[in-house]
Ligand binder design. Structure first.
Ligand code: NAP
Length: 358
C-alpha cells in the first residue's frame, strides 16, 4: 500500500491532538505538517500545545519540533506539500466552509470533522460501516468545484455516532420513530476538567446546535445517492435531547425506537453480533474487528469501562428490552474524540484510499 503525506489543520485543539496521537505509527498516513490559527503559527508544536495536551499518552516526539503553519495564510504551501488534510477547527461556520473549499480548490482533499459543509448535498458524510457507497457523490462535487483531485468529505456529529450504528442493522424493519437522550462528555466541547471546572459535580441541559444535528444528520447518513446528490431519508422521525455530563470522554445515548415490523429481541442481538461491513471486509487499518459489542450485564456498557473498546473504534450496546410506548429501548456508547471525531475521520480516509478517491 502507498503511504500518504498528511496535514492536520486545527492541530492544537482537542480533535487535532487526537489525530496526532492516533496517526503515530499509522501504516498508510504520515504527518508532514501541522496548522492552526495565526495565534499558534510560527511556534514549535511542543511549545504551542504545552499545557493543552489532553491525550492519555505523551505527545509524540515526531511532532514536538514541527513549526505550526497558519491554516489560512499558508494554504497554498500546505496544499502543495501534502496528499490531503484532516481538518478540525473551531471557527465561524462561513469561514470554515470557505477554508475547506479553498483547500479542495487547491486540489488538496479535505477530511473534515467540522459541521460547516455537512448539509451540502454533494459532500458525502460517511460512517464507513454504514454508507461507504456515498463516496460515489465525489465526482459530482469535483465537477461543481472545478477540481480534478480536490474534494471535501465530512465526518458526522459525534452524538449520532453513539446511536445510529446500533439502529443501522435494524433498518429493514422499518424504523418509524426514535427518541434519544444523549449524555455527552466535556471533551466534545474541546474541554477538560482543568479548562472547564464548572462541569465538576454538574449537568448542563443544553449543547448549542446539538439537538438539531442529532435529529437531522442520521437522515443524510441513511440517505441515497441519486442524480449527483445525497437525498436524505424521509420516512423516520427522530427527537433528541442532548445533555452535557461530567465525564472526560465518551458519549452515551439512551434510545427508544418504534418499527413497522418487530422481531424477537434475541434476533436483534444476533443482528448486532453478526454485523459486518465494507470497513471490515476491506480490512482497513483502523476498522474495529467487530463494530457493535452487546453487553448482557445490566450495568453495562459504562463510559469508563467501555469507551476504549477496540481502541475506541467500536460501539458498545446494552440493556435491550421491550418498551411500553415504543417497541424497544437500549443504551449505547461511543468514544467521542476517537470514533466520533479523529478516529472516524481516519477510518473514512482509509476507506477513500481503498476506493481510489485519495
Ligand atoms: P478546540 O479544542 O477548541 O480546537 C480548535 C482548533 O481550531 C485549534 O487548533 C485552533 O487553533 C483552531 N482554530 C481556531 N481558529 C482558527 C483559525 N481562524 N484558523 C485556523 N485554525 C483555527 O476544538 P475541537 O473540540 O478540537 O473541535 C474542532 C472541530 O471538530 C469543531 O468543528 C468541532 O465541532 C468538531 N468536533 C469536535 C468533536 C469533539 O469531540 N471534540 C467531535 C466531533 C467534531 P489555535 O490553538 O491556534 O487557536
Amino acid at each position: 500500500m502507498k503511504t500518504y503525506s498528511v496535514g492536520v489543520i486545527g492541530a492544537t485543539g482537542m480533535v487535532g491532538q487526537r489525530f496526532i496521537s492516533l496517526l503515530e505509527g499509522h501504516p498508510w498516513f504520515q504527518i508532514k505538517l501541522l496548522a492552526a490559527s495565526a495565534r499558534s503559527a510560527g511556534k514549535p508544536y511542543g511549545e504551542a500545545a504545552a499545557g493543552r495536551w489532553a491525550m492519555p499518552g505523551p505527545m509524540p516526539e515526531t511532532v514536538r519540533d514541527l513549526v505550526i503553519m497558519d491554516a489560512a495564510a499558508d494554504a497554498g504551501k500546505i496544499a502543495a506539500e501534502v496528499d490531503f488534510v484532516f481538518c478540525a477547527v473551531d471557527m465561524p461556520k462561513d469561514q470554515t466552509r470557505e477554508l475547506e473549499e479553498r483547500y479542495a480548490k487547491l486540489e488538496c482533499p479535505v477530511i473534515s470533522n467540522n459541521s460547516a459543509n455537512r448539509s451540502a448535498p454533494d459532500v458525502p458524510m460517511i460512517i464507513p460501516e454504514i454508507n461507504s457507497a456515498h463516496s460515489g457523490v465525489i465526482p459530482y462535487q469535483r465537477k461543481r468545484l472545478g477540481t480534478k483531485r480536490g474534494f471535501i468529505a465530512v465526518k458526522s456529529n459525534c452524538s449520532i455516532q453513539s446511536y445510529v450504528p446500533a439502529l443501522h442493522p435494524l433498518w429493514d424493519l422499518g424504523i418509524r420513530n426514535v427518541l434519544v437522550c444523549t449524555y455527552q462528555a466535556i471533551s466534545g466541547a474541546g474541554k477538560t476538567f482543568e479548562t472547564w471546572p464548572e462541569m465538576a459535580d454538574n449537568v448542563v441541559p443544553f449543547i448549542s446546535g446539538e439537538e438539531e444535528k442529532s435529529e437531522r444528520e442520521p437522515m443524510k447518513v441513511w440517505g441515497e445517492l441519486r442524480d449527483g446528490a445525497i437525498v436524505e431519508a424521509r420516512d423516520l422521525n427522530i427527537t433528541a435531547q442532548c445533555i452535557r455530563v461530567p465525564v472526560s470522554d465518551g458519549h452515551m445515548a439512551a434510545v427508544f425506537a418504534g418499527f413497522e415490523r418487530m422481531i424477537p429481541l434475541d434476533e436483534i442481538k444476533k443482528r448486532w453480533a453478526d454485523f459486518q461491513s465494507e470497513a471490515q471486509r476491506l480490512n482497513l487499518p483502523s476498522a474495529p474487528k467487530r463494530f457493535l459489542h452487546y453487553f448482557e450485564e445490566e450495568n453495562r456498557p459504562q463510559v469508563r469501562l467501555d469507551r476504549d473498546l477496540e481502541k475506541g473504534m467500536a460501539v458498545s450496546v446494552g440493556r435491550l428490552r421491550p418498551d411500553t410506548q415504543y417497541d424497544i429501548k437500549f443504551v449505547s456508547i461511543s468514544h467521542n474524540t476517537v470514533r466520533g471525531a479523529a478516529g472516524g475521520g481516519i477510518l473514512m480516509a482509509e476507506l477513500l484510499c481503498a476506493q481510489g478517491y485519495l
